[in-house]
Write a new protein. Sequence first.
Length: 177
Amino acid sequence: MNRTLSLVPRLLALAPGKLATRAAVVAVALVAVAGVTTAAGSTTHRVSSSFSFKLVPATGITACLPNASGHVTITTGSLNDSMVVTVTGMPAKAGFDLFVIQQPAKPFGVSWYQTDIQANSSGTGSATVRGVFDSETFSVSPGGTATFAPTHQYHLGLWFNDPNVPFNLGCEPGATS
């Protein structure tokens, strides 16, 4: 399975709207605020609750994935959250990589691989992951090969985990490889 971040630049996404959900197949705006950190560093108690939003195809992807859609439910917990992502209308038995990304459109910014989603023979797949999917979600690199300040990621991106599949489906118009 190809899980390299070289797939990130090939994600397709929409620009976000106010509290809108977007997918790229799925780039999605996550709008959870479940914990507040004070200047002293203490965190208020997180109340367990759930919220859901739809995933919709990004501009341009509907030509090759006309029935693609999805749904996300995030349930907050005391220390971390549970996120259930379900997609439908995908190519049968195709594998996908789910990323948490900084920006919903190119360039995608700071991104990390979260999990795989495997579509079954009817094009439906799902994954459940645990993590922090709210205002506390950030990355930081104080040194090393790249240096950047704390950066939040409030979006999701989903793309084929086999780089040949989108070419075979016509999802990369004009691309030669």
